[in-house]
Design a protein around this ligand. Structure first.
Ligand SMILES: [Zn+2]
Length: 165
């Protein structure tokens, strides 16, 4: 009797106690745990996403830098040298070449009179010299009117005709 009463009295209490309390606690506990897991998963996902985004942008930036020539700084690996301190060498070479070229050209086409830098257009008959109009005796230094030029041309034609006749 007492054992049955104890059993019947203790079993429902223990069943109800262990049935309601722990089941409800475990339910809320698993819910919190699931939320924590989901939250942690989201945080990890976010972190991975951010990391992937950073890595992706870094890759894209590196790709852009590599393929637009920023990484090597130019068409070749020496571009920075020639664009930097090497440009002085290039510039000096260029200036020297242009200077020598201009000097040679001027010396070739200019008046053969010493010290004259005018361009020689007129060959002096009987001599190998080509002179500027300032040093050529037969070329007037000043400008000529069209009438005077035509008159001189007519005189030349008259002289030639006189020679021919
Ligand atoms: Zn001259």
């Amino acid at each position: 009797m007492t054992t049955q009463a104890e059993a019947s009295l203790t079993v429902p209490t223990t069943q109800s106690g262990t049935g309601d309390g722990p089941s409800l606690d475990s339910g809320s506990g698993t819910g919190i745990a699931v939320r924590k897991v989901v939250l942690g998963f989201l945080v990890i996902l976010l972190a991975v996403g951010v990391a992937l985004l950073i890595a992706y942008f870094a890759t894209v930036r590196h790709w852009l830098a590599l393929h637009t020539g920023i990484l090597n700084g130019g068409p070749d690996r020496y571009y920075n040298f020639w664009s930097g301190i090497g440009s002085d060498i290039g510039e000096a070479t260029l200036v020297s070449a242009v200077g020598i070229g201009v000097y040679t050209g001027v010396r070739k086409v200019n008046c053969h009179t010493k010290g004259c830098w005018r361009i020689g257009h007129h060959a002096l008959e009987g001599t190998p010299y080509i002179l500027c109009r300032h040093h050529h005796p037969g070329v007037p230094t000043g400008g000529a009117s069209h009438e005077r030029i035509l008159e001189e041309h007519r005189k030349f034609l008259d002289r030639r005709d006189a020679k021919g006749a």
